[in-house]
Design a protein around this ligand. Structure first.
Ligand code: FES
Length: 98
């Protein structure tokens, strides 16, 4: 079930992003964090003690939304999901088992 507001909202055509390999619908113009939350993903990473982290501020301050982006060919980067715009084909890696 979608967690998005659907009544009275106009969005561009959907693009596909991948969360741990699972294809989900997202929209250019929204943040990666919005796409994650809409897909039901509330944890983005683990801290140095292995504890799950979840977004807190949604404005780039807390860094609790750091998420891994698979850049392909073995490369990856970590970005703040709340400040990173969605783009088609984005491959996100988040902790499993929660
Ligand atoms: S939620 Fe705090 S930096 Fe993104």
């Amino acid at each position: 079930m979608s967690k998005r507001i659907t009544v009275g909202v106009a969005r561009p055509a959907a693009v596909t992003v991948f969360i741990n390999g699972r294809a989900v619908e997202a929209y250019v113009g929204e943040s990666v964090l919005t796409a994650l939350i809409a897909a039901g993903v509330l944890t983005t990473s683990r801290d140095s003690f292995g504890r799950l982290r979840t977004p807190f501020c949604n404005m780039g301050v807390c860094f609790d939304c750091l998420v891994e982006v698979d850049e392909g060919e073995g490369a990856s980067s970590r970005v703040r999901a709340c400040l990173t715009p969605v783009r088609a084909g984005l491959r996100l890696v988040v902790p499993e088992g929660h």
